[in-house]
Every structure is written in structure tokens, then in C-alpha cells.
Design a protein around this ligand. Sequence first.
Ligand code: GLN
Length: 283
Amino acid sequence: MTEPQTVKDLYKTLKQHMSDNDARYVLRKRAGLDYSDLISKPDTYISEEAIQAIKQDLELLQDGKPLSKIYGEREFWGLSFTVTEHTLDPRPDTETLVEAVLKSVDRDQPLSILDLGTGSGCILISLLSELPHAQGVGVDISESALATAQENAKRNHVAERCSFLLSDWDEKLTESFDIVVSNPPYIASAVIPTLQDSVKKHDPILALDGGEDGLQAYKKIFSCLSRVLKPHGKAYFEIGYDQSETVTRLSRESRFSIVESHADFAGHTRVLEVCPDECSGDK
Ligand code: GLN
């Protein structure tokens, strides 16, 4: 038996360990309390069962496990996604990519979208939720990630407009697309041991490790891009905060021009928007 705790006290304790937002999230998940309950019944006692569950969450959190992986879900682009140990946690930085696509496409067009290395499916599914006439394919080399992406497509009501394909990048793809998006693994192998525990212990290495120079996945993608992207299409890639120059160089070597670079909240170039050289005058 633990000490009885009131809503107010538990909320205060949680805020010592996490952001205000996360503290409210934990109270909602484990004690069924929403924000109005925190205001209207601060002196109510929390059930013993909820306190025990929260205690366990705090232990896992202290061991580096992110809340998303404890509860198996994460919010991205205002939608809720199932996440597992086989999917990279959707990050706010990646919303820059979704925003960049939406900024430059015609929402009334029946666009086709390819997501290379779809993971949880968060990029493709967010785009489909905003583009009612679009349809898409998410490719991944992880069967387990694809099952999660499929579940997320259903969860967010876009399953009829997308399919998921087990493939090593473009290997099994036979069509070409109006839009290609990707948040590939881009961390240099030697940097991985220096990442925070929440990333290096709980995100799949397959989704992080970009090889010795961090560029292996981009090299693969650029080598197949002219095949999977339609001649007037555009591709959008998430890049590491210091990779703008190197990925721009790779892009030029593969005869793709940079249409625009997009910065994340911290001001780093986070997304490169590219098109085939021949089309760079169109934009
Ligand atoms: N942005 C992620 C991180 O810094 C890495 C994701 C990736 O390699 N695509 O942890």
C-alpha cells in the first residue's frame, strides 16, 4: 500500500519529472482524469491501482524509455499513431516535411505519394489526411513496422487510399509517383552511441543508422529517384541538422535540383525539396 495521494499532489509530483503536457497525459492515461478534473477536483484521492501504474511508468521513464514507447502511442500532426520498438518515434521536426509538401501541392489533384522507409507511416498518413484526393504507398524493410503503419492508416481513416509494401527501398516498386517523401536513417554509425538513451535504446537502429558517413540511405534513394519519381514530380527528404551541404551535393550529382530548403523550429535546414534538373525551371 502506498501513501494515498490527491490529484493535485500527484500532478505536482509528475511535473517534477516531465513537461506539464506529459503530466496531464499520464493522468489521463492512468487515472482517466482530464484537465477539467485537475481544476475541479484537485483534492480527490487517486486510486491505488493508478498510483502503482504511474510509479512503474516513472521507473521506466527514468531508465530512458520515452512515454510514447510506454503507452505505445504518439501524437504527430494532430493525429494519434501506434508506435512499437520497431518504429522510429514520430518527432516534431518531421512535421516540417509534412508542412513543406502541403505548402507546394495542389490539394484538389489526385496525387500519388511514395514514402520510402515509412516506419509508423506517420508522414504518408498525415499527408493523406490532408489531401483527400491523394493516394499512396509506404515502403519499408521491416515487416513489423509495416503492420504498425497499416494499423495507423486504419486508425486515422485513410486505409482505403494507401497500401504498404515490404521492400528494400525501391526493389519491389514498379510504378512512379508525383511525390516522394522520406525520413531515412541518417545518423553516422559512430554517433549512435552518443545519442540519448530514449533514442539509442528505444528507437530501432534500422531507422537511425545511416552508415559510416550517415549518407548511405540518401545514396540509395538518389540512385533510384529518377525511376520512382515522375518527370514533373517532387521529392522531399528529411536531413540531419548538419547535412544540408552534403545532401545537396548528392542531389546535384544525381541530376536533381533543390527547389527549396525548409527549416525546423530550431532554425536548422531540416527538409530538402528537390525536382529533376529538367524541371527546375518550372517552379
Ligand atoms: N531525427 C532523428 C534523431 O535525431 C533521427 C531520425 C533519422 O535518422 N531519420 O534522433
